[in-house]
Design a protein around this ligand. Structure first.
Ligand SMILES: [Mg+2]
Length: 154
């Protein structure tokens, strides 16, 4: 094992310990969709640093395609995106899940800078399971994700 491999092993051990300390639990497999490159890169970096496995895509259609190819613990979905927005992508994902009996429903969380409660209610009625507001807060985002997943799965 080279020095770099050795270092990254130490890093990931340290990360796991840190996660335990903060009670952040096991790593999650996350599908992340946002059309703003900076947001996507930032969220990816932030979640990867916490040990999560991230698939990052830039619109709702790519999110839907990725969802059909793989399974995820949670989907983090921007609302406003070109090609296919977050609500349409959510509808497609829910339709796909309904057609695949063996597939359990996956929590979909809106990531939005929009703070309007009435809009949040629309998102929740459209098949999303929770809302996280942008800019993402480093200290609370993973806790928020876990709380939403837990309340979604029962
Ligand atoms: Mg957007």
């Amino acid at each position: 094992m080279g020095i770099i491999g050795f270092m990254s092993e130490i890093d990931s051990d340290k990360l796991k310990k840190d996660n335990k300390k903060k009670d952040l639990g096991p790593p999650l497999k996350i599908l992340l969709a946002d059309d703003t490159a900076v947001n996507l890169a930032l969220a990816t970096k932030l979640l990867k640093r916490r040990g999560h496995d991230i698939t990052a895509v830039e619109n709702g259609l790519l999110a839907f395609e990725a969802f059909k190819q793989d399974t995820f613990d949670v989907v983090l979905m921007d609302i406003h995106m070109p090609v296919m927005d977050g609500l349409e992508s959510t509808a497609k994902i829910r339709e796909f899940e309904a057609s695949e009996a063996s597939r359990p429903a996956t929590a979909i969380i809106a990531m939005t800078a929009n703070n309007e409660q009435s809009d949040h209610e629309i998102y929740l009625k459209s098949g999303m399971n929770g809302i996280i507001t942008k800019p993402l807060d480093i200290k609370t985002v993973v806790t928020q994700i876990r709380e939403i997943i837990t309340s979604f799965s029962g």
